[in-house]
Design a protein around this ligand. Sequence first.
Ligand code: SF4
Ligand SMILES: [Zn+2]
Length: 345
Amino acid sequence: MKELCGFIREIRSKARYREKDPDLPARLWREDEIVDGKPAKALVVVLTTKGCSWNLCSMCGYFRDSLKTVSHANILKQIEFVISEYQGEKIIKIFTSGSFLDEKEIDFATQKKIIEQLSGLEELDIISIESRPEFVDLKKLKELIRIVHPKRLEVSLGLESANDKILRYSINKGFKFSDYVESARIIKKSGALLKTYILLKPLFLTEREAIGDCIESIKKIKNTTDTVSLNPTAVHRYTLVEYLWERGDYRPPWLWSVIEVLREGKRILGDRRIKCDITGGGEKRGAHNCGRCDRKILDAIKRFSLDQDLSHIENIYCDCIEEWRDILDLETFSIGSMVRMYESC
Ligand code: SF4
Ligand SMILES: [Zn+2]
């Protein structure tokens, strides 16, 4: 996989980074959420940090939100800004373009300060953070939970797939399913809530294989995770996915496939929540259908993600479902795309 990593690095080396102020988060927005079954508001923040230590996943373009020169003092300034924007939301989701728990991005003393400052917000109930599995440490997590108490901490792990071959050859994730299992065990033991991201349609899978992989992955984590967040692949700039998409060797998933996974995933997970936020939905770089039905289906997926009522995504119809069904029946694995990609390495 040395060649693949080298090729991804070469693609990334051409990237133009976004202009940033180190004292401000890369992005901030508000969205609807559900807390303990009730509608709630969430404040979502992407902090500007040095970025992901791994930075080699085939679909990930978040590195363009990072800034090599950012200091811990800058990050605390960003948190001051977040607090000034706070309007009584129940949840604050703190994303970085990598892992909150990675001390190369945010050292432990700064992690503690951030959690301490946010915990002082009276109406806040949950602080949600993300991490790769290798940065999850029981002692440190317990310390963060002690600070956040009586509010709650949610940790999200980007598993993407429970299949080690897909993790390695399609995503280049840099860890195995067993690494996720161990970190998930630690997160649960610490008392934090666990959310798991599953990726719909990594490279080199047919539409049918992609649906099957998500469903198999959900089955394997159903007793571990509190929430599943389904992420349909979007074509980020300066990624391997974009390289193959531009050559006609990749199409983002159909929205019908999203619905299929949500429906089956809900059946498997029972009371546990499955949700789906679609980046670039309805556009050619994101999950899309024929263009005529996309808006209607995206709205239905959003409603289902909030209240878990399957009736929103059942009995939806558009003619393009027949084309999707044909693709499920007829599409064969495109070995050509894989060969062309490896030959260019
Ligand atoms: S998906 Fe996550 S782990 Fe992979 S490169 Fe992006 S930030 Fe890093
Ligand atoms: Zn349609």
